[in-house]
Write a protein that binds this ligand. Structure first.
Ligand SMILES: Cc1cc2nc3c(=O)[nH]c(=O)nc-3n(C[C@H](O)[C@H](O)[C@H](O)COP(=O)(O)OP(=O)(O)OC[C@H]3O[C@@H](n4cnc5c(N)ncnc54)[C@H](O)[C@@H]3O)c2cc1C
Length: 410
């Protein structure tokens, strides 16, 4: 494709790239999706084996295609999500090239973008939509040195309990990934520890409705980044085992030893923040506040939903919360592996345009960068809270396609 020009180059063939292609196709605008592996690759190979979607199938999808196997209230396994996205892309037949990586993007003197591929080819484009996801480089804090002799992996590389050496496992980070991985390890009979930091843990279902429905009627999916700003608080939700509320007390009673945030390591001992009870209480307060907001909405709207008073009851503390450990001798405890569910950092180093903040995040307004023609899609909070999710990216992609088809002020 040496010297080839496209009006809009979409880099990345995940749900964001596919949504962008669908909307440009609908508007009759020429474009090309370049994907370095396969469509929806990250759903296939960058997730653990048992992962199911965190949202029910009626919600975590594009508006005009349902899942083939999973019913509306079910949680689609990751392979089905990938199949779904591939099938969606095949339906509208947008132009896609897979197995090609864009290694560099720069802006030429004529204002066009010049993209290099890993095959040494050059492509020019009037617009570029960067749809390479939000989960680039797995972050492992430099806390436990390699000499400690532990197997240490990031959640991006976790697949199943059998992959880890025999012995106990410490999972660090209790967002949706860490909680689900710890639960899976514990159910598989592994002695499991889970380091918990500040979190939000919305009810899975309340008064017969899934929390994604409640977030919708309460207007929370539409919250702008500025409204959700402040320190990052991870969200612990799960669609596993038919979907259930993440209840840290229940995990403790089921045998997982909860500890606070990991803060230091010396002579084989890991230290933890001593705020575990306060962290758990803050998560409970957030959970109960969501229930109260839902009740107030149901009353206002005159909804006849079955009351659920038992959902307001917080169970007793397991010992690990009542009397939390603040240090742990990993070897003495029999811990042989650490799974870091500690998030990801951006890597946009291959884009040679001055649109990045010191932390590597791109500057943009709802995906429109300050460089004319350069767009970002699929980032958390791109335009609102829903932006990183399948149906949220659909709406952001429509906005960008409108901007490309008939430019409007950002
Ligand atoms: C564990 C986990 C569970 C999640 N569960 C849900 C869920 O249940 N529901 C939901 O809506 N969201 C979920 N998400 C969030 C989000 O929907 C997914 O991360 C989703 O994969 C993001 O889609 P994307 O298209 O933005 O990026 P990705 O799926 O990451 O796609 C980016 C694509 O770009 C390609 N690429 C990258 N760089 C280049 C390059 N230089 N050249 C060419 N191609 C390139 C990659 O190969 C990849 O295929 C989850 C995320 C994680 C980490």
């Amino acid at each position: 494709m040496h010297g080839e020009h496209v009006e809009t180059l979409i880099i990345g063939g995940g749900q964001a790239g596919i949504a962008a292609s669908a909307h440009l196709t609908r508007r009759g605008r020429p474009h090309l999706v370049i994907e370095r592996a396969r469509l929806a690759e990250h759903w296939r190979t960058r997730r653990w084996d048992s992962l199911v979607a965190n949202g029910p199938a009626w919600h975590d999808r594009f508006p005009d295609q349902t899942f083939a196997v999973t019913g509306p209230d079910g949680f689609a396994p990751k392979e089905e999500v990938a199949d779904y996205l591939e099938r969606y892309a095949a339906c509208f037949g947008g132009p896609v090239r897979t197995g090609v990586e864009i290694t560099q993007v720069a802006r030429g003197a004529d204002g066009r973008f010049v993209a290099q591929t890993d095959a040494g080819e050059t492509l020019t484009a009037s617009n570029v939509i960067v749809a390479t996801g939000a989960f680039h480089n797995p972050v492992i804090p430099p806390l436990i040195p390699a000499e400690a002799g532990m197997t240490q992996i990031h959640s991006a590389d976790y697949r199943n309990p059998g992959q880890l050496p025999a012995g106990g496992v410490l999972v660090i980070g209790a967002g949706s990934s860490g909680v689900q991985i710890a639960d899976e390890l514990n159910r598989a009979g592994r002695r499991t520890w889970l380091a918990v930091g500040p979190h939000s843990r919305p009810p899975r279902r309340y008064r017969g409705r899934d929390f994604v429905w409640w977030l919708g009627v309460l207007g929370k999916w539409d919250q702008k980044p500025v409204e959700t700003g402040g320190p990052h608080v991870t969200i612990a939700v799960s669609g596993a085992h038919g979907g259930h509320t993440v209840d840290f007390r229940a995990l403790g009673h089921a045998g997982i030893t909860l500890v606070g945030r990991a803060t230091g390591f010396a002579e084989g001992r890991l230290t933890f923040a001593d705020d575990l009870p306060a962290t758990i209480a803050a998560g409970d307060a957030d959970y109960l506040a969501t229930l109260r907001e839902a009740d107030a909405y149901a009353l206002r709207a005159g909804l006849d939903l079955p009351p659920e008073p038992e959902a307001h009851r917080i169970g007793p503390d397991p010992d690990c919360i009542a009397d939390p450990a603040t240090t742990l001798d990993l070897a003495a405890a029999g811990i042989t592996s650490v799974v870091w569910a500690t998030g990801y950092a951006f890597d946009f180093g291959w884009i040679d345009c001055a649109v990045f903040n010191p932390d590597g995040s791109p500057r943009h307004t709802c995906g429109i960068s300050p460089v004319p023609g350069l767009y970002f899609l699929g980032l958390p909070g791109l335009s609102r809270r829903a932006s990183a999710f399948i149906w949220g990216v659909w709406h952001d992609a429509a906005y960008l396609a409108d901007h490309i088809a008939a430019p409007v002020a950002a």
